[in-house]
Design a protein around this ligand. Structure first.
Ligand code: SF4
Length: 460
């Protein structure tokens, strides 16, 4: 398995406090719904229905959105999507674009692609903005800098923006707001993702907590972006507004315990020139529906469910491995348990193939998931695919084969475990368990085996 860089104890404590707070708030929020399980089941059914009939709903969305004046484009790869956005930026002659939080744009490395063309994409979600300032990828699906303390954020802003140090959250927010306002009012290109694409109405639904999504997409005509490009995965389509509303009820509650995110924006098209609202919004709206490996997940019945994900981040909040290792250890934009299912599906690389093994398979992720994705079984399936593709090292395969033989023959197991206890002392075990033991103490061997204890205390 890929060695996961360890978090130091202070950062782990900061992370643990933040994740546990989110879990506590979620518990309180969910407790208000005696029918929470039924709500989860309905959310699961909505997502299952949408994914099972994906092409039908994508066509419906495209027809409705096009009738609303939106340009809908299907893109197969990350490169295609980046090229499309860069071409728009060049047509507009812009060197800066403002960008609302979007995991899909992280997935396709849009910022780097635009940078190569001389275009700066400025993150406007506060957490993403700070992550961008210090050159880090997001640490968590919904909380990009959950691992940083406010002192650290204060130092980053002081260092990068040349402002006096403060660790007061309100003042930190106002400093970032000042910078962003100027950019919002002058940028001519706004980029976002979409939480849901509503097939029946051709609408995009965006949820944010800071209003930056609206600033990137819907400012008055004299200010702000004239062109809005939304880039989203094909799986984000839902049949109806009612379905989207139901998923919204679970999304923020599951991730942070909030009843709703502070802003929910429905975008139905560009600014209307005659009749309707003539004052706000861009002149053009483009929606890129991205595949980039999603159809291969769709074809695999063991992975299809992973497409139901609404990116609430709850599975990371509850995952013991995520608590211990943190988001950057996954070295993938999609981290945490669901990220370990998605990453090998999108990127068939050696590194991504190791991620499904970074799980205890405790199943806490599946228990908390608001759309009831069977995450740990999908992880198991990804492990099988990794083994089938020869991505498991030879020594591991041999070790598991030996283990299987030992477990199939009770006498061999008894002999082997007794011999190992006699021959392998703590010093040898410590050597064998490196690098795990570099930062931890190996617990001493129990004085008696389970079998010995069982004999002494037979079941009553
Ligand atoms: S898999 Fe479930 S819990 Fe995890 S982010 Fe997606 S919707 Fe949330």
């Amino acid at each position: 398995m890929m060695p996961l860089p360890a978090l130091d104890s202070q950062r782990r404590a900061t992370l643990g406090r933040a994740l546990n707070l989110a879990l506590d708030k979620r518990r309180q929020s969910v407790a208000q719904f005696p029918d929470w399980e039924a709500m989860r089941q309905r959310a699961h059914d909505i997502r299952a229905g949408a994914v099972e009939r994906l092409d039908e709903y994508l066509d419906q969305f495209e027809r409705a959105a096009t009738a609303n004046g939106i340009r809908v484009v299907r893109v197969a790869t990350a490169e295609e999507a980046c090229r499309y956005v860069a071409a728009i930026a060049k047509r507009l002659g812009v060197t800066t674009a403002v960008k609302a939080k979007s995991m899909v744009t992280e997935e396709i490395h849009l910022n780097h692609a635009l940078e190569a063309e001389g275009i700066r994409a400025m993150e406007t979600d506060l957490g993403e903005y700070i992550a961008q300032l210090c050159g880090q990828p997001p640490f968590h699906l919904t909380a990009p800098i959950v691992h940083l303390s406010r002192d650290e954020v204060g130092r980053i802003l002081a260092d990068k923006l040349g402002v006096p140090f403060t660790n007061d959250p309100t003042r930190l927010t106002l400093i970032a707001r000042d910078v962003m306002r100027r950019e919002f009012l002058t940028a001519r290109l706004g980029i976002s993702g979409a939480n849901f694409c509503v097939a029946e109405s051709g609408s995009l639904m965006l949820v944010t907590n800071e209003g930056n999504g609206r600033m990137c997409t819907t400012l008055p005509a004299k200010d702000g972006p004239r062109v809005h490009v939304a880039i989203t995965g094909i799986e984000k389509v839902v049949p109806t507004l009612k379905d989207a509303a139901h998923l919204l009820r679970l999304l923020a509650r599951s991730g942070s315990g909030m009843r709703l995110t502070a802003y929910t924006t429905l975008i139905n098209g560009p600014r209307k020139r005659a009749g309707g609202d003539e004052s706000t919004g861009p002149d053009e709206v483009h929606v890129l529906l991205l595949d980039n490996g999603r159809r291969s997940m769709l074809r695999d019945p063991h992975l299809r469910e992973a497409l139901y994900c609404i990116r609430c981040g709850a599975c990371s909040n509850v995952c013991p491995v995520y608590h211990r290792a943190g988001g950057h250890a996954y070295q993938s934009v999609y981290n945490g348990p669901i990220g370990s299912v998605w990453s090998p599906a999108l990127w068939n690389t050696e590194r991504a193939a190791t991620l499904p093994f970074a799980s205890s398979l405790c199943g806490a992720c599946a228990d908390i998931c608001p759309v009831k994705i069977d995450i740990h079984h999908a992880l198991l399936w990804q492990r099988k695919l990794a083994a089938d593709r020869g991505r498991v090292p030879l020594w591991q395969r041999l070790a598991w084969r030996a283990w299987r033989i030992g477990m199939s023959w009770p006498a061999l197991y008894r002999f082997g475990s007794a011999a190992a206890r006699k021959l392998v002392g703590p010093a040898v075990l410590n050597r064998l368990a490196k690098p795990w033991t570099a930062t931890r103490d190996l617990p001493p061997l129990a004085a008696k085996t389970f079998r010995e204890l069982w004999k002494e205390h037979p079941a009553e």
